[in-house]
Design a protein around this ligand. Structure first.
Ligand SMILES: Cc1cc2nc3c(=O)[nH]c(=O)nc-3n(C[C@H](O)[C@H](O)[C@H](O)COP(=O)(O)O)c2cc1C
Length: 210
């Protein structure tokens, strides 16, 4: 069995997808479950994840992503959209979920609720959004590791206009904003990028041991 680091050496930011190859339903379920399992600050999961398959919508999104072909050619486009309204109601619904999932009383979670409410009260609206966006990137990281582990290709992408994505996907009215995206699928045989030697800073430079 290949180790995760072997698989991370195999993966690369795919530039050209084979548009005839699709993820199976099981593969997509596996990726979505991996995203669902991503950790987040307090467990709030401050984002939603939009799985875009519709070709017409994807054609529009490609235009809003500087024409990047992966947006239309990959099997699915996954949009990580940060919550723009992390407020008291959002925290309360999260605490409700904890109570229900763990089958404990709401009262026993008063400490947790107070702590999370304190965590949001301490932040400005800008800081709340940045906080939510950071959590979305953790979910992206988990997705990138999950695809690699299963021999599925992906490209993470920041090269898009978030305001246009929000408009095309109707995210603003849902209290969301597109933060980072990933296209998932299978590499085209002739994607020259798959042959490039991976460039990474040497460990002696990257790590500081104290
Ligand atoms: C947050 C993020 C945004 C990125 N945005 C794009 C993008 O818009 N288009 C693209 O082709 N690659 C994009 N990349 C891919 C990087 O260029 C690539 O991961 C990096 O050069 C390292 O190469 P590797 O992933 O093939 O090892 C992005 C990567 C990350 C992590």
């Amino acid at each position: 069995m290949m180790s995760l680091t072997d698989q991370l050496k195999w993966r690369y930011a795919t530039k050209k997808f084979d548009s005839t190859k699709r993820l199976s339903a099981e593969q997509l379920d596996y990726l979505l479950e991996a995203i669902q399992l991503a950790p987040s600050s307090y467990g709030l999961q401050h984002y939603k994840v939009i799985v875009v398959e519709n070709p017409e919508v994807r054609a529009k999104l490609r235009e809003a992503a500087y024409g990047q072909p992966q947006v239309t050619d990959a099997s699915q486009l996954i949009v990580f959209a940060a919550e723009t309204n992390i407020d008291e109601a959002y925290v309360k619904s999260f605490v409700d979920l904890v109570a229900e999932t763990r089958n404990v009383s709401r009262e026993s979670l008063a400490g947790l609720e107070g702590m999370v409410l304190g965590g949001i009260a301490n932040r400005t609206p800008e800081q709340l959004l940045l906080w939510a966006q950071k959590q979305a990137y953790i979910a992206l990281g988990i997705l990138l590791a999950a695809v690699a582990a299963e021999g599925i290709d992906a490209v993470p992408m920041e090269g898009f206009d978030p305001a246009k994505f929000d408009e095309i996907l109707g995210l603003k009215e849902k209290g969301l904003t597109a933060t980072v995206i990933a296209a998932v699928g299978f590499r085209a045989e002739d994607d020259a990028y798959s042959k490039l030697v991976k460039v990474r800073r040497p460990q002696s430079e990257l790590f500081i041991h104290i």
